[in-house]
Design a protein. Sequence first.
Length: 138
Amino acid sequence: MTTETKDTQIQEVKKQEIVEDGVERTWDKKVFVPRADIYETDDEIVVLADMPGVDENSVDITLEKNILTINGYVEPVQPKNHNLAYAEYEEGDYQRSFTLSNEIDLSKIEAVVQNGVLQVHLPKIGEAKTKKITVKAA
């Protein structure tokens, strides 16, 4: 579906569901790949991931063997005394992994979530300083 305005064209994008053949999950919820933007400055790389419904208590970030994995868990929202008649928005959890380069200082990674947007700050390692090695006579 595409919506056009005078100056811009807006294209509707569906959520991408993670489907793994031969893998059994221990829960029956759908899992989606959160859309992400990645920005780089001289000092850091910042990953912005859209994860509606996720807050600081429902997001889990792990780092193992230079792979940063983000998991977000969403509790379904259903108003009391109402039955869902029609839905255009699918609820589900989120999962995405990124392979980090050796230029990231793994000990200084920080993350903040606000209004369903996760910001992961990946600081770069400072430039390696040249060191003069003194040679002594034996």
